[in-house]
Design a protein around this ligand. Structure first.
Ligand code: AAL
Length: 429
């Protein structure tokens, strides 16, 4: 073969050189007159570390997640749901409701949970009609409620055991309702934190601070250990009207109790509603609790759950705020960053976190827990049910099914979110 062009000769020469000295993969090079510049293009193979090349904001951010590929992200999971056995909701007419379960704890081979239970003669009349509530008529689903508990051997079949903390007599704090409990195990004793209402919720918003009761056994008896242990903030502070959804973990040798408050003109102007979460830290479960100076520590979420994860704390934020439907992570338990965005998240998630109270230095994560559905009834006969969710937010479990990103609902689920009365005024949109 006659080598006519200089380029053909160069190609042969380079092939010969490569045969003797193994050549590296070709670099993307651009000849620009006399200068040769190397084009730094994002590679086809996903880098495990942030590459040292110029990148768009989106690709920079991708390396701030626990793993750039969501399937490898330990804080990403799907959620699978199971109806619980063992709870009686009567005729399902809104007179029996269970909601806002605590996280389960395992004691002598049995899981224990505590939850809000309302068993009233009539269903709730609704938040907006709170002024009409009486000692017999509840305003909301969590009005006129007590804290009950149940046990289970497998987390699917539960046996209701009875009342753990009942409403105390009027005028003691919580006489109107005690609700939304969570548990702490500390030095061999059990502590229940819960919301104590002195008026029907809805009158001035959801007006209640956190009380605590303690016991030597998860079966009780429970003794009141203090009221307003997480007090409201001063007037003008974000948490001036509420400390809700208490959730304690043991972290860095102390009790880190996270809580929620609705703020921003609440309760006067409901549609200006905003929600954030604070942290209060104590050396003793009965307090005093010091609110963290950087509060709020989470700008999104409703009934948010927290668990020890690696050196820090993971949080599941649902429903409210710009960062709703996300897992978040704070290496110091205080400064949370978004770690994954989620679908079909459990409401009021209460995961079984075996190391929530062990003062672990490296949290292992969670695989299941309890949650609730607040729309189990029909309009005017509203009630809630508690349910189980399963997931893979654990370092010790690896089930690829939970790492799938597609969550497919039947068309009926979408059509159930119909336009309703908006359809009457389509021109207004
Ligand atoms: C819940 C929680 C708190 C609120 C109400 C009952 O799901 O956020 O407990 O006060 O709703």
């Amino acid at each position: 073969m006659k080598l006519n062009s200089i380029f053909q000769k160069m190609a042969i020469a380079s092939a010969v050189v490569c045969a003797f000295f193994s050549c590296s993969e070709p670099k993307a090079e651009v000849e620009n007159n006399s200068e040769t510049t190397t084009k730094q293009v994002f590679p086809h193979k996903m880098p495990t570390e942030k590459p040292d090349i110029p990148m768009s904001a989106a690709m920079e951010r991708m390396f701030n997640y626990p793993a750039p590929r969501v399937h490898d992200n330990e804080l990403f999971s799907q959620f699978k749901y199971t109806r619980l056995q063992g709870f009686d909701y009567g005729e399902g007419n809104g007179t029996i409701s269970r909601r806002d379960s605590s996280r389960p704890i395992l004691v002598d081979g049995k899981y224990y949970i505590w939850y809000t239970k309302r068993h009233t003669n009539v269903p709730p009349i609704g938040w907006n009609r709170a002024a009409e509530a009486t000692d017999e008529i509840p305003s909301t689903d969590w009005d006129l409620a007590d804290i009950w508990y149940a046990t289970s051997e497998d987390g699917f079949i539960w046996e209701e055991q009875g009342v753990a903390v009942a409403r105390p007599p009027k005028p003691q704090p919580g006489w109107r309702s005690v609700a939304t409990p969570d548990i702490l195990v500390w030095e061999g004793k059990y502590y229940l934190y819960y919301q104590a209402f002195d008026e029907p919720s809805g009158l001035r918003g959801d007006w209640c601070p956190v009380s605590v009761s303690y016991a030597d056994s998860p079966d009780g008896p429970w003794t009141n250990g203090g009221d307003a242990v997480i007090p409201f903030g001063e007037k003008g502070e974000w948490d001036q009207d509420a400390t809700h959804d208490p959730q304690p973990i043991v972290y860095q040798g102390k009790i880190y109790l996270y809580y929620k408050a609705a703020y921003n003109k609440w309760p006067d102007v409901r549609d200006q509603y905003a929600v954030a979460h604070g942290l209060a830290i104590a050396d003793d479960p009965l307090g005093p609790f010091d609110k963290h100076p950087l509060n709020p520590v989470l700008n999104s979420g409703h009934e948010t759950t927290y668990f020890p994860f690696k050196e820090g704390v993971a949080a599941l934020a649902i429903k409210d705020g710009n960062e709703r439907e996300t897992m978040q992570y704070a290496e110091d338990g205080i400064n949370f960053e978004v770690a994954a965005s989620l679908s079909l998240t459990p409401s009021a998630a209460a995961p079984y976190a075996p190391d929530a109270f062990t003062n672990t230095e490296y949290g292992r994560g969670v695989t299941w827990g309890l949650c609730h559905f607040i729309n189990a009834g029909t309009p005017g006969k509203g009630y809630s049910i508690i349910a189980r969710f399963d997931c893979d937010l654990s370092l010790d479990y690896d089930e690829p099914t939970f790492k799938k990103t597609g969550v497919w609902h039947r068309p009926e689920v979408y059509f159930a979110q119909g336009l309703g009365s908006l359809r009457e005024h389509p021109e207004g949109r």
